[in-house]
Design a protein around this ligand. Sequence first.
Ligand code: TMP
Length: 214
Amino acid sequence: MFFTFEGIEGSGKTTVSNLVYEKLKKNLPNEKFLMTWEPGGKNDECAEAIRRLILKHSCFTAKTEAYLYAASRAQHVENVILPHMKRGYHVLCDRYLDSALAYQGGAMGLGYESVYKINMEIWKDTLKPDVVFFFDLEPSVALKRIKSNRSATELTHYDLKKIEFHEKVRESYLGIPEKFISVPYKIIDATKNIDEITNEVYEKMVEIIKNDSK
Ligand code: TMP
């Protein structure tokens, strides 16, 4: 199964996905799991090089960014995600195609259709998530969390954008037309505490994995 975690900055998806991953490995020893992320990806030097480039510079146009994210994704899918899935791994990915649709497509104004096409063009194939967990949170709350939890060196140019941008990203996630999404979002109320959310996501994943192996 292929699970993705989406949401605005500060929504808690990275913390929770890592906790869920550890819990799955511990409690389901007969299953194999991979935790990875985008842009970049686990043990993929070239995708990580694209990640550093995008996060370091804020001068890329929206279109250039869309191609860079899609290039990083193509590299990651071919080199990391698909080979693991072929070897029977369940893959957990912190951000994926829906990030591109929401950020470059919606908030940065390129349009969903054109970002979808760029991604499909670069991949030449489609790999759609079986489940998308969308961590939903008011941007004002998320930005407060970022300020109190991250050091200045950890902040990216996205974290520093005005609240209006984060509001647009959130709306854009929720407005992605059905034809571009693989499955309806499993919406997570990200105002709840970390343990509660971790358990909720974990339970859902175990249910899906068990149903899939029946
Ligand atoms: P991260 O903070 O979750 O590691 O993600 C870094 C930034 O990358 C985040 O601000 C959202 C952005 N992003 C896009 O704009 N488009 C994409 O396709 C992806 C994967 C991430």
